[in-house]
Ligand binder design. Structure first.
Ligand code: ATP
Ligand code: MG
Length: 172
């Protein structure tokens, strides 16, 4: 069973995945394999252009009887059995991205994408088994525990209830 762990850059996917790995889960970090599927570079957005179809073919080829957590901000585009989206309020996301030393232009772009629910929107093009987790005000352990509960208990999908549009109207 494959579960995507996704979210806007800076929401904490990698930190949470590290914790899940310590709990004993298998984790595949897309960051570690993405270079095999890069077909160009978008100068304006300062990001790699990935052959999503080829990457998905690779993921489909993995036969996993156990649980495999696929971590990365493109994982919701893949053939997975469920999608967990980490969310973070723009105000806090700005701080998390600044600690990652991102430049202000990229921070603004990503924070606006978070406020506009871009990842959820794209995930919905392919999936319905989606769970959003609000990470604002929580620590990595608390978020990892919420992920664990979803994976183990499979509650009904839970998405569309997080709304940062107020921030967007005040700041964008
Ligand atoms: N509740 C939380 N969950 C996860 N990370 C948190 C939390 N609170 C604060 N952080 C901090 O936010 C930062 C998140 O960075 P991380 O590299 O995990 O993000 P990411 O989603 O993997 O980003 P990218 O897409 O750029 O790889 C870390 O510095 C982490 O310590
Ligand atoms: Mg990461």
């Amino acid at each position: 069973m494959k579960i995507a762990l996704t979210g806007t850059p800076g929401v904490g996917k990698s930190e949470v995945a590290k914790r899940l790995e310590e709990m004993g889960y298998n984790v595949l970090r897309l960051e570690e394999i993405v270079d095999r599927f890069v077909i160009g570079y978008d100068d304006e957005r300062e990001s790699k252009i990935v052959d999503e179809e080829a990457m998905d073919e690779y993921i489909r080829g993995i036969k996993e009887k156990d649980i495999l957590i696929i971590e990365g901000h493109l994982s919701h585009l893949l053939s997975v059995d469920g999608v967990i989206i980490l969310r973070c309020h723009p105000k806090e996301l700005i701080k998390r991205l600044r600690t990652k030393k991102w430049n202000e232009k990229k921070i603004k772009e990503n924070v606006e994408a978070e406020a506009l629910d871009i990842i959820l929107e794209r995930a919905l093009e392919k999936h319905r088994k989606i769970w959003e987790i609000e990470t604002t005000g929580k620590n990595v352990d608390e978020v990892a525990e919420e992920v664990r509960k979803i994976i183990e208990k499979r509650p009904p999908p839970n998405y569309g209830n997080i709304d940062y549009s107020e921030w967007l109207m005040e700041n964008a």
